[in-house]
Design a protein around this ligand. Structure first.
Ligand SMILES: [Zn+2]
Ligand SMILES: [Zn+2]
Length: 248
């Protein structure tokens, strides 16, 4: 498996950190985990193509996690000399399909060449080569974390999440945990993990590698979050940067 960080940022505009999005690849499948504003361009910067994306796994319905879905589909519909033939799947929490039909589908319509398929998040799912488990997170009414497993390897995307037992359980012994590290400890906000809590989560879940992502701008350098997380977790900790890649 390979993970590319397309956006390690948030809703706050930043030239350094795009809004949230990750590319996950295995075998011949390429899926996005979230698709915040700018992700379409980040795919180009990463030397990848929106044309190949098979599916979007949405963690929740906040705009910093899905705002580029409409531009992505628009591009798939209207790129000259390109005909999309494979289905595009949208795996999302309950209620998103209705929102899509109202706010996105009603504007861009349907393609005559490919289908857009919706799948509602379930506790366990299969997609492509992956076995997938999910957990509700403490953030919004629909917020979901995903764990993708393939041939004994695993990666967890926390989405936006606060500290709770569900995310610890989902992350157990994961090879890679990409965690919401919105704020350093001194700026802790309910509904998001702080850096220390990311370390605590990684320690209790015995993960192999912790990636701190979804970084809001703060008064202290971003790198200090690694030190804060290290107070609990003595495994490898990486501060996410856009276009970083991980092989699992
Ligand atoms: Zn967010
Ligand atoms: Zn959110």
């Amino acid at each position: 498996m390979k993970v590319t960080i397309l956006g390690s940022g948030t809703c706050v505009p930043s030239l350094k950190r795009n809004a949230s999005g990750y590319l996950l690849e295995a075998d011949d499948k390429e899926v996005l985990i979230d698709c915040g504003s700018g992700i379409l361009l980040q795919l180009e910067r990463a030397g990848r193509s929106y044309r190949k994306i098979d599916a979007l796994f949405l963690t929740h319905g906040h705009p910093d996690h899905f705002a580029d879905l409409m531009p992505l589909l628009h591009a798939l519909f209207y790129t000259p000399n390109f005909t999309r033939e494979k289905d595009f799947s949208i795996i999302a929490p309950k209620g998103f399909e209705q929102y899509y039909n109202r706010a996105i589908g009603s504007i861009i319509g349907e393609s005559k060449d490919f289908r857009i398929l919706f799948m509602e998040v379930a506790h366990t799912m299969c997609y492509g080569p992956w076995n997938i488990r999910t957990a509700e997170t403490e953030h919004s009414a629909d917020s979901t974390a995903y764990r993708f497993e393939l041939e004994g390897r695993s990666v967890v995307f926390s989405g936006d999440a606060d500290y709770d037992s569900g995310i610890i359980e989902l992350s157990e012994h994961a090879d890679l945990l990409i965690a919401d590290c919105s704020f350093p400890d001194a700026m802790k906000v309910k509904g998001h993990l702080s850096a220390k809590e990311c370390g605590l989560l990684a320690m209790h879940a015995h993960v192999k590698k912790l990636v701190l992502s979804h970084i809001y701008p703060a008064d202290i350098p971003d790198a200090d979050r690694v030190k804060e997380a290290q107070t609990h977790f003595n495994g490898e900790i990486v501060l996410a940067e856009d276009l970083m890649e991980f092989r699992i």
